[in-house]
Design a protein around this ligand. Sequence first.
Ligand SMILES: [Zn+2]
Length: 315
Amino acid sequence: VLASLLSVLLASAYAAPAPARVVLVTWDGVRTQELLGNKPSSDVPEITQLNGDQAPLLPHFWSTLVGQGVLFGDYRVGNKMWIGNNAGVSMPGYEAIFSGATQPCGDNQCSRIGVETFPERVRRVLGLKKSEVAAFASWDKIDEAIQHDAGAIHYVYIKDKDDEVFQKGLAYLKDKKPVFLYMMFGWSDDRAHAGDYKGVVDALRQYDDWLNQLVAVVDSMHDMPTTLIVTTDHGRGIGAEWRNHGHAVLADSRPVWLYARGPSVPRLGPAANGSDHTQIDIRPTIEALFGLCPCRGCTQGFTQIAQPPSSCGQP
Ligand SMILES: [Zn+2]
């Protein structure tokens, strides 16, 4: 009796995390104006490139997917999400996402992240092979944001080619069934800097189609529960400043958004009200999905998506 009681106590305190998969996708520099508005935004002077096209930007997302999960950052229903840094540019954003903290990185020139990231921790704590923690990115700096120990995870860089990132990432998901997969897309930001609003609109419609394809693949995989998370690294300016982001338009670069969909995620659609979130809440959320306690000094994350294990206690 004592032995079985002990085993029950041990099991509750030290339960091995249940198998789980997380797929994280980022769309670089996608504003809430486009994400929430779901049509070309009239504040952009270059909307004239579209010849009156007002068709949806994210038709699958808004007609189907959003209600199958939860969306944070929809300020129209009182929910707010912000970047987790004071720069409003990409590298500080990605470092905040992967580390769960604001890093001493104020621009895109900073060097490799100085702390263990969540993909590295997940691999270490769960005892995963390198091939089970994978990332595909079209921007070279992602390598230095996602792993403090170069070569810790399976990392593939495909310069500027979002379409190859998607094709290779999706094939990897189907063939290798990684426990964590990250896909980073950058056309949305590159084309905005170039003033190519038609190109941004095309990119968002492409991303929506890819997301829909990704969901179909995820739903066809029954080996372990899979949670999908989609977010962005920063917002950008409004009006004539829509091309830009960062210090000069910091207030407008701060609003971001996050979508999650998975077997344990409530089917709420846009979350209403609640406390504000930032990018630093993403890491502990993903770690909780893997059954891990929040990293030291980290927040409790988006607890509507995943609760940290009860054995973690209060922060
Ligand atoms: Zn940019």
